[in-house]
Design a protein around this ligand. Structure first.
Ligand SMILES: Cc1cc2nc3c(=O)[nH]c(=O)nc-3n(C[C@H](O)[C@H](O)[C@H](O)COP(=O)(O)OP(=O)(O)OC[C@H]3O[C@@H](n4cnc5c(N)ncnc54)[C@H](O)[C@@H]3O)c2cc1C
Length: 494
C-alpha cells in the first residue's frame, strides 16, 4: 500500500497549472515562490505546517469562481483562507494544492438600517461590521476574541462564537444568506435575505462546515440594536467551584446574562501581565459577568447577580463605572489567549464543551491530568455555556510537544465522556478529525461524508479536515513522522 499524501493529479506540470490560474486571475495575484507561499503554511494551530503549491489572491467573487473552476478541471485541491486565526488547523494547506485567500474581498457592500442587515464580502473583519453599523445605533453580535482580525468568511465557516453568544447565539443565528462558490466553480446563494426559505436549510448545512463545502463570497448578516443599558462586573472567588456555583445560580434565577466568562489563576496572571486590566493576580478564579437590556431590568438583575456573588464568598467585586473601565475588563479577558505566550514558549488552545453542571468536575480532572503529564494548564472560558478553553502550556524546545498534544486531545475526549462536545466554536479542522469517532458513530460519520460528497464529489475542497480518513488517520501533516503502520513494516512509503 502506498502512503502518497498528495491528492491532486500531480502529473500535471506546475507550468500548466500556473498558466491556468494566471489566466483566471491577474498573474500578479498568483504566488508561486515557495518562500512567499511559506507565509500561508499554517493557521493559529502552528504545530501543523504544510507549504502550499500556490497561493491565489483573487479580487472578486468571479475570480474566486474562476480559480475554483481551474481546480475542478485539473483536480487540484484547494483551501480557503480568511485571516488564518483558526485554532483547529482548518486553513492548513494541502501540499499539492492551492490556498485561495479571501483577504482582498474586504468591502462592506451595504448597511441597511431599516431592515437591520449588512451585506459583506468574506474578508471583512468581524469588528469592521460593527464599526460600519455603529453610526445607525446597530451592531453585529457574535464577538470572537480575535474579532479585530478574523474575517466574517472564517466566522461563517467555523460558526464562530464569542463571549456574548450565551445570550445572542452563534454566527449561524445571525447569518441570513451566503453566496457560495461550489467546488465545481458554480455560484449559488444559500438562504435568503428575508430569513425565510422553502425547502431544506442549506444555509444551515454550510454554516460551520469549515471550508469543506465551498467558498463563501458574499454574506448577509443581521444587525441588532445596541442595548439601552450594559452593566459589567469582575468578581474574584476563593475557588473554581465557588465561581462555577455562581454561574449555576445566576442561570437558576432566570437571568440570561449577555456574557459570563471565567479565568483561573494562570490565565489571570498572563492577562494581567500583558494588558494591566486590573485583575487580581493570585486569586483562584475570576468571573466577568455582563448584563444588558432595558435599563430598569438590567439594574434589578445586576443587584441579584451581586448578591449571588456575595453568597459564594466573592473576595473582590469590581463594577465597571465607565465605558473605559468596562473596556479594560474585556481587554483582560480577550487578551488571555495571546497573553499566555508570556508565561510559556508554546501552548495548545483546546476547545470543548461540557454541561454547565459539570464545570467544577471537569476542571478538577483537567488539573489532575495536567499534573500526571507534568504540564501546566491555564483555563479561560465561556462559563455560561460550558465552553472550555484549556490552554496546555509546553516547551517545544524541551521536547514536550507530543506530551502536550496528547494531553490536549485527552481533554477534548474527556468533554465528550462527560456528555459534552469535542468543539464549542473553534471547529474540528485538522486537530480533532481523528477524535470524531469518540463523539459520532460510524453511521453518523457516513451520513456526514455523504453530505460532503454531494457538494464536493471529487473531494477537492479542504480535504483531510473534519472527517477522519481512516487509512491515513495516524498520519500527521507537517514535519514527517513515520506512520505507525510504516514503523511496523506493514506498509511502505513510495
Ligand atoms: C487569539 C484568538 C482568539 C480567538 N477567540 C475566538 C473566540 O472567542 N470564538 C471563536 O469562535 N473563535 C475564536 N478564535 C478562533 C478564530 O479566530 C475563528 O475560528 C475565526 O472565525 C477564524 O476566522 P479567520 O478569518 O481567521 O479564518 P481562517 O483561520 O483563515 O479559516 C478558518 C476556516 O474557515 C475556512 N474559510 C475561511 N474563509 C472562508 C470562506 N470565505 N469560505 C469558506 N471557508 C472559509 C478555512 O478554510 C478554514 O477552514 C480565536 C483565535 C485566536 C487566535
Amino acid at each position: 500500500m502506498s502512503l502518497d499524501s498528495t491528492i491532486s493529479d500531480s502529473t500535471i506540470s506546475d507550468s500548466v497549472i500556473l498558466g491556468a490560474f494566471a489566466s483566471a486571475l491577474d498573474p500578479a495575484d498568483v504566488i508561486s515562490d515557495p518562500v512567499r507561499c511559506r507565509s500561508y503554511e499554517c493557521d493559529g494551530l502552528t504545530g501543523y505546517r504544510v507549504v502550499p503549491r500556490l497561493v491565489l489572491l483573487p479580487r472578486n467573487a468571479e475570480q474566486v469562481a474562476a480559480a475554483v473552476r481551474v481546480c475542478h478541471e485539473h483536480g487540484v485541491p484547494f483551501v480557503a483562507r480568511g485571516a488564518g486565526t483558526g485554532l483547529s488547523g482548518g486553513a492548513l494547506p494541502v501540499a499539492d494544492g492551492v490556498v485561495i485567500s479571501l483577504a482582498r474581498l474586504k468591502r462592506v457592500l451595504e448597511v441597511d438600517p431599516v431592515d437591520r442587515r449588512a451585506v459583506l464580502e468574506p474578508g471583512v473583519t468581524n469588528l469592521e461590521i460593527t464599526a460600519a453599523a455603529a453610526p445607525y445605533g446597530l451592531y453585529y453580535a457574535p464577538d470572537p476574541s480575535s474579532q479585530q482580525v478574523c474575517t466574517i468568511g472564517g466566522n461563517v465557516a467555523e460558526n464562530s462564537g464569542g463571549a456574548h453568544c450565551l445570550k445572542y447565539g452563534f454566527t449561524t443565528n445571525h447569518v441570513l444568506s451566503c453566496e457560495v462558490v461550489l467546488p465545481d466553480g458554480s455560484l449559488v446563494t444559500l438562504g435568503s435575505d428575508t430569513g425565510e426559505q422553502a425547502g431544506p436549510d442549506l444555509r444551515g448545512v454550510f454554516l460551520g462546515s469549515e471550508g469543506t463545502l465551498g467558498i463563501t463570497t458574499k454574506i448577509t448578516v443581521r444587525l441588532l440594536r445596541a442595548p439601552e443599558s450594559v452593566r459589567t462586573l469582575l468578581a474574584d472567588f476563593p475557588s473554581i467551584s465557588a465561581a462555577g456555583d455562581v454561574v449555576s445560580d445566576i442561570v437558576a434565577a432566570g437571568i440570561v446574562p449577555a456574557a459570563v466568562e471565567m479565568m483561573d489563576t494562570l490565565a489571570i496572571e498572563a492577562a494581567e501581565e500583558a494588558v494591566h486590566a486590573g485583575y487580581t493576580v493570585g486569586v483562584p478564579a475570576a468571573l466577568v459577568v455582563e448584563l444588558d437590556g432595558p435599563a430598569e431590568e438590567c439594574e434589578i438583575q445586576f443587584e441579584q447577580v451581586k448578591q449571588i456573588c456575595d453568597r459564594h464568598g466573592c473576595t473582590r467585586l469590581h463594577i465597571a463605572g465607565s465605558p473605559e473601565e468596562r473596556a479594560a475588563i474585556w481587554r483582560g479577558r480577550k487578551a488571555a489567549f495571546a497573553a499566555v505566550g508570556r508565561i510559556s514558549p508554546d501552548y495548545f488552545v483546546q476547545d470543548g464543551v461540557v454541561p454547565r453542571t459539570r464545570l467544577a468536575e471537569v476542571l478538577d480532572r483537567i488539573a489532575a491530568m495536567g499534573e500526571d503529564a507534568g504540564l501546566r494548564v491555564a483555563n479561560v472560558f465561556h462559563a455560561g455555556d460550558g465552553n472550555l478553553h484549556p490552554l496546555v502550556l509546553y516547551s517545544a524546545a524541551a521536547g514536550e510537544t507530543e506530551r502536550a498534544e496528547e494531553l490536549s486531545g485527552k481533554i477534548a475526549e474527556l468533554c465528550v465522556e462527560l456528555g459534552g462536545s469535542l468543539s464549542g466554536e473553534h471547529g474540528i479542522g485538522t486537530d480533532k478529525a481523528c477524535s470524531m469517532p469518540k463523539m459520532f458513530g460510524a453511521d453518523d460519520l457516513a451520513v456526514m461524508g455523504r453530505v460532503r460528497s454531494s457538494f464536493d464529489p471529487r473531494g477537492l475542497c479542504n480535504p483531510g479536515k473534519v472527517l477522519p480518513t481512516p487509512r491515513l488517520c495516524g498520519e500527521r501533516p507537517g514535519k514527517y513522522r513515520p506512520h505507525p503502520l510504516e514503523e511496523s513494516g506493514a506498509i511502505e512509503r513510495l
